[in-house]
Ligand binder design. Structure first.
Ligand SMILES: C[S@@+](CC[C@H](N)C(=O)[O-])C[C@H]1O[C@@H](n2cnc3c(N)ncnc32)[C@H](O)[C@@H]1O
Length: 467
């Protein structure tokens, strides 16, 4: 983030706009919406500015800018388009410690103006930190089209009940849940439709009903975060993250996914990692149980899918036995994510119609797997956690009858920016791991479908080609 997004109170405060043409008029319009007292300094003022002044809505000083004009202002805008004047305004404001924005001149500005979606009192600001204003405007257009017109009305409606809700529901968490139910429910929909009268009656009943003051019940959602790309989160995962009181997360969950959690949610890391305290599974279970029983909404966030080599099953059983409400939200498992991103379909009617997921993790020596079935089955084989045992896996498969030339791929950090795809044969797996220095989370995909590793994989193949 290059800038700090803040919403400045300028109501009844003095704001200076330097310039008399339409860029200045645009600033005047905006600042007046925020109920500031606007002064415009310009030797000549065009129609709109003059009209504002004529109606007594602004103070217009018809002369050149003087450095003393910035004194006592909450904010200063310069919209003259004349480099020398813009520089003088910027220097004077900075010297006086007043925030200054010079139109189209981030180099002379101490703050920049976002693109705005205005559904007053709901206002959304979008910034690309000056790098791509057109993109920011396109994002704004998309948001505009998503937000119902009645959003401002809805915010105003909620505001009119704020103190009543606060007086009736003392507990802050219960209050937040009340508002979440409200904004998601029929009363809010009635307000959006414009049926405010009926909505008011129903709101009064809602506030005074038994549900409102009920102590919130805690729950745990065991949520699959997918293989790494935040775009692969499910909509339900996103909603739960935005409602969570606590997020308990693993090593495979990156910061760009955690960014989607509610800002005030507590984040607790429970993965293994260098220099970090590692919690046992029993401790993680106890932590989730305690938090849920204290009424918190816990999101247990796991890489990929919680039920695929994710210990989600164990946690679910523990929580259920402890009497905690628990739900499991599936995620995109690494095999599916890596296959898609490397252009390798895990099944394909022309090649194979079964897929097997195994773990290459070995507690002692080598993975405990049914090698004969894996070597001779007509399937795509996906090995999770198999980087350190890749050589053993390959040898056992070949010993049990697999053709050494069977195509094999390694996908490391699949779906992430640093994804690496290496394609070769099963006989070559150990060398492929060593030569490409594969260390990150990776899956090994074995089978004829690897021949289809397509164009999508080509950029990531660069490292493989280099060795
Ligand atoms: C403990 S398992 C968790 C699997 C996870 N529950 C899933 O459904 O993908 C960890 C293994 O998943 C695989 N994995 C997870 N994320 C990956 C990624 N982005 N790229 C490649 N493999 C990944 C690796 O084999 C890693 O060692």
């Amino acid at each position: 983030m290059h800038h700090l997004p803040i919403w400045l109170t300028v109501k009844s405060r003095s704001v200076l706009v330097v310039g008399g043409t339409s860029p200045a008029a645009r600033k005047v319009r905006l600042v007046r919406k925020a109920e500031a007292d606007v002064t415009v300094v310009a030797p000549r003022a065009d129609g709109e500015i003059a009209a504002f002044a004529g109606r007594g809505e602004i103070t217009l000083i018809r002369r050149d800018f003087l450095p003393g004009d910035v004194k006592g202002r909450a904010v200063v805008y310069s919209a003259t388009g004349v480099d020398a004047v813009d520089r003088r305004v910027s220097a004077a404001a900075r010297a006086a410690g007043v925030p200054v924005n010079v139109v189209d001149r981030p180099d002379l500005s101490s703050f920049i103006m976002p693109a705005i979606v205005d559904r007053g009192p709901v206002v959304i600001g979008i910034s690309s930190a000056g790098t791509a204003p057109v993109l920011a405007r396109q994002v704004r257009a998309r948001i505009e089209s998503l937000l119902p017109d009645g959003l401002g009305r809805l915010a105003g409606f909620a505001d009119s009940f704020r103190s009543a809700v606060k007086a009736t529901i003392g507990d802050a968490r219960a209050r937040r849940r009340f508002w979440e139910r409200f904004f998601d429910g029929p009363v809010a929909r009635a307000v959006l439709r414009g049926d405010v009268h009926k909505a008011r009656e129903r709101m009064v009943a809602l506030i005074n009903g038994p549900e409102a003051a009920r102590r919130p019940e805690g729950a745990v959602s065991i949520v699959g975060a997918g293989p790494g790309d935040p775009d692969l989160l499910t909509l339900r995962a996103l909603r739960l993250l935005q409602e969570a009181d606590v997020v308990v997360y693993d090593r495979l969950v990156g910061p760009d996914i955690l960014d989607y959690a509610r800002r005030d949610a507590e984040r607790i890391y429970v993965g293994k990692g260098k220099g970090r305290h590692t919690r046992s599974q029993a401790e993680i279970n106890a932590l989730m149980t305690a938090r849920a029983k204290a009424g918190q909404r816990v999101v247990r966030l796991k890489g990929g899918d919680p039920y695929i080599f994710g210990r989600g099953g164990e946690e679910m059983v523990h929580l259920r036995r402890a009497g905690v409400a628990v739900e499991v939200v599936p995620g995109i498992t690494a095999a599916a994510g890596c296959g898609a991103s490397a252009g390798i379909p895990l099944t394909h009617r022309d090649y194979v119609s079964a897929v097997t997921f195994v773990t290459g993790h070995a507690t002692s020596g080598e993975p405990d797997l049914d090698w004969a079935a894996l070597a001779t089955g007509r399937h795509t084989l996906v090995v999770y956690m198999g980087v350190s045992t890749a050589g053993t896996v390959a040898r056992r498969l070949i010993e049990h009858g697999m053709d050494p030339a069977t195509p094999a791929a390694i996908v490391e950090n699949g779906t992430r920016a640093d994804e690496v795809v290496v394609v070769g044969s099963v006989a070559d797996l150990e060398r492929m791991v060593a030569a490409n220095r594969i260390v990150g989370p990776a899956v090994i995909i074995v089978g004829d479908v690897v021949r289809l590793a397509g164009e999508e994989a080509l950029p990531a193949l660069a490292r493989a080609a280099a060795v």
